[in-house]
Design a protein around this ligand. Sequence first.
Ligand SMILES: Cc1cc2nc3c(=O)[nH]c(=O)nc-3n(C[C@H](O)[C@H](O)[C@H](O)COP(=O)(O)OP(=O)(O)OC[C@H]3O[C@@H](n4cnc5c(N)ncnc54)[C@H](O)[C@@H]3O)c2cc1C
Ligand SMILES: NC(=O)c1ccc[n+]([C@@H]2O[C@H](COP(=O)([O-])OP(=O)(O)OC[C@H]3O[C@@H](n4cnc5c(N)ncnc54)[C@H](OP(=O)(O)O)[C@@H]3O)[C@@H](O)[C@H]2O)c1
Length: 384
Amino acid sequence: MSTQVQKYTRNNPYMSRMLVNVLMTMADSEKETRHIELELEPGMEYTPGDAVGILPENRPSEVAEVLARLNFKGDERVLDHYKVEISLEEALRTRLAIGKLTRSAVNAYTKVAPASVPGLETLKSLTLPENRSAAEEYIWGREFIDLITEHPGGITQPQQLFTMLARLTPRMYSIASSQAWVKDAVHTIVRVVYYTSHQRNRQGLCSGHLGERAPEGSTMPIFLHSNNNFRLPENTDTPIIMIGPGTGIAPFRAFLQHRKAHGHKGENWLFFGEQRRASDFLYREDLEGMFKDGTLTRFDTAFSRDQSHKIYVQDRMRENDAELFRWLERGAHFYVCGDANRMAKDVETALLDAIANGRNCTPDAAQEYLASMKKARRYQTDVY
Ligand SMILES: Cc1cc2nc3c(=O)[nH]c(=O)nc-3n(C[C@H](O)[C@H](O)[C@H](O)COP(=O)(O)OP(=O)(O)OC[C@H]3O[C@@H](n4cnc5c(N)ncnc54)[C@H](O)[C@@H]3O)c2cc1C
Ligand SMILES: NC(=O)c1ccc[n+]([C@@H]2O[C@H](COP(=O)([O-])OP(=O)(O)OC[C@H]3O[C@@H](n4cnc5c(N)ncnc54)[C@H](OP(=O)(O)O)[C@@H]3O)[C@@H](O)[C@H]2O)c1
């Protein structure tokens, strides 16, 4: 890593220009997934497996709504986290998390709110330790705007917002490019989070910013985030198996670009999954091209909603378990990226089954085999 990488951090980000921001999914997809390219200052370096941190801003319309609910104009002066004086509008747009409501924001609100605030007693009861699950239920799907709409009049001084709301934090995105291929740029993929809760249409803070308010030519504060736990094998001849459904494909595009650009000879096997081949096949041209030119030795896809029953990446692993085990025996490194909640666990189970079948051994012995892979850093995950 160059010294430049350390120069730009989450507290001192690089103001990057948006080079490309295009929709990857088709109009009839249930998702909005975008390919993003951001410019880097010469000398900023990353390694395949790293992530890019992006600092978003709150939606101006949401900021305006919060200001209106609080009966502030926005030009009031406040001190930010570094005691620098800025306008309240700027603070709400760039410094404070007005998205997802937290229990600590509710607690702080009840502490400053005058007794005249409607429903204050109910809110206060949510702050009691024995009512924690009711408090969790209350905050679920709610944002700060809901709290001040349902219980107006709690904030009298703009500065109080700094004691109540968390700091706006950057979001991480797995890097989808190799600098052996693209020099002063970083690519990533973002799935824009949209949902409806408590009768309001919502969007994710950073993915919403990237989806709605980051056109090509605009600027975004970013920094590079190293991840030494997700790395190509040192030996460039070592085979790799990559499991990357959905946005989980990102680091594997970087791995493949890297191996292709350097002419590395190690074999590459990719499992990709999404909902529908016609509308959700991310990086289709790139990946099919890499299969054609031999960069990808094997390429298996699982389109979950193209048939009446779901087919997932782990089903493709199971169909190929003998071959998969042969790759492991040849020293292949195994990588998983994407959904942490369900996919990563199911993939691990399928891997354990492939090991147990391949070795004709007990589940415990398969676990030991996996543990030794982990110890040798041959099993790496980047899940979120
Ligand atoms: C190492 C790492 C790599 C990552 N790589 C990628 C990547 O390559 N691409 C990518 O797209 N993402 C990636 N992510 C996830 C990414 O960082 C963000 O978490 C994601 O974009 C959502 O952030 P946001 O600011 O848009 O949403 P936020 O404002 O943080 O909102 C998301 C939250 O909204 C709430 N929510 C969502 N849906 C609902 C619902 N239906 N009902 C109620 N509440 C709901 C949930 O609480 C959820 O946690 C990665 C994360 C990590 C840690
Ligand atoms: N914090 C956030 O709000 C946020 C924002 C963006 C992404 N993410 C997370 O990032 C991850 C990737 O999201 P994504 O939309 O790119 O892809 P995804 O939701 O992981 O979907 C990709 C494919 O995986 C399938 N799938 C669902 N369950 C699976 C399982 N148990 N095992 C294997 N495959 C499974 C999906 O099928 P079906 O859909 O047909 O079941 C789909 O075909 C998810 O965890 C997502 O929640 C989170």
